[in-house]
Design a protein around this ligand. Sequence first.
Ligand code: NDP
Length: 487
Amino acid sequence: MQRFQQYIDGVFDDGSARFDSLDPATGAVWASMPEAREADVDRAVKAAEQALWNGAWPAMTATARGKLLYRLADLVQANAPRLAELETRDTGKIIRETSAQIAYVADYYRYYAGLADKIEGSTLSIDKADMDVWTRREPVGVVAAIVPWNSQLFLAAVKIGPALAAGCTLVVKASEDGPAPLLEFARLVHEAGFPKGVLNVITGFGPSCGSALTRHPGVAHIAFTGGPATASQVVRNSAENLASTSLELGGKSPFIVFADADLESAANAQVAGIFAATGQSCVAGSRLIVEHSVKDAFLALLKQKAEAIRIGTPLDMATEVGPLCTARQRAHIETVVAASVEAGAKVVTGGSAVEGDGFYYPPTILDCDGVQSPSFEQELFGPVLSVVSFTSEDQAVALANDTRYGLASGVFTQNLTRAHRMVKRIRAGIVWINTYRAVSPIAPFGGYGQSGHGREGGMAAALDFTRTKTVWLRTSDEPFPDPFVMR
Ligand code: NDP
């Protein structure tokens, strides 16, 4: 059994308590994890506060911070195979996905490494004589970064990279459902040579560890990724410390296929959009909205592709769909699929859990035309696609926007003017035209409505980890005038 430690103030320790982590492929215990309780959280935040104001970190130039981030990027790249294997073991995300994603995570650190010394204030054309006024961008303070279990290293990188570039210090809370890759990543932070306390990595349970972290008076900003219900709790907690928040939440993203689309291309993108990461992806294109005249042809293509997907053990490079992360997650999917079928949805393929060990659920397609299907409304976070059809562009837009979420969307059409109209009319933070799931450190990422607020990726994300200081300098050699003498 492997044993992991938490990382606080530059030191690795066992945490106040321990808990077991399960291998989703077998359901068996495979590792022992450190559980951070309130005292650990307090130590971690205090270490981050110390590092923010004292010692080497605040004295470092932005260029030097960038160099440390470059070193971290190189270490992530060099250790990508090991990190990928740990993420696969602990969360069930298939190795071919974790390997590719973690290699790319290094590029996120490189992007923010290069950006560290390009964060600028400005000089103001002020409306007063003999006065120079300028602004400085300073680190917002101690950042609490909270991530869910899917794509932990990636979701942490989009917070850690810009926060460190901006000069912040952090306490990163890994999800208790698969913390191994982030706890291992802490060893690379240590090896890169960041001053102690700059980056602390803990894990523990949401209601205790997560809650203590988000309420802590030393925390200035909470960068959170997770579900909307937890986000509400986090925002309520932030009423105690008045921390600012950025929230990357769930989605129920529409995938719209017009009759003029290249159906083969759209079907490949739809398969990637819903079945990649075994559907456990915030941007999963889980609502297929297809033009009625091509619905049957498109569903036949999808069914054929879904049934050809290789389900298997996540550490096998040939596997295309692995287990879900937890038994709880699979039970939730089973419940919603059963309720949808009860409501009248027709199973095109899949629809019941795979027998045997592990938390497997097969690629599933539900035809929900004319049905009030819970699967079409709720985020399932699993490999379940719900399908409805439309007969006009207006109806497609209405269906796409009929959700409280607004994270991502996909539009497949060969009509350029229609594509532009759809971009303006869809209420979502990302619109992919004739593609899906493309991400980059250079491009902002985030949602509308219940999918959250704030953006990760791009220059603006680094600015979100700063606050502005305004400096007034009087340039006159005359003494400051006596305020009680009228002129
Ligand atoms: P949760 O909201 O349950 O958990 C997210 C994180 O919050 C976990 O680390 C969790 O800890 C922690 N947490 C739980 N309770 C509290 C609390 N009271 N205070 C502070 N932190 C707490 O999400 P899931 O793990 O179920 O992840 C799936 C969700 O994440 C989906 O909705 C998905 O769409 C969304 N997501 C969004 C992304 C985006 O970029 N928009 C990307 C990826 C996922 P613990 O797990 O230890 O309980």
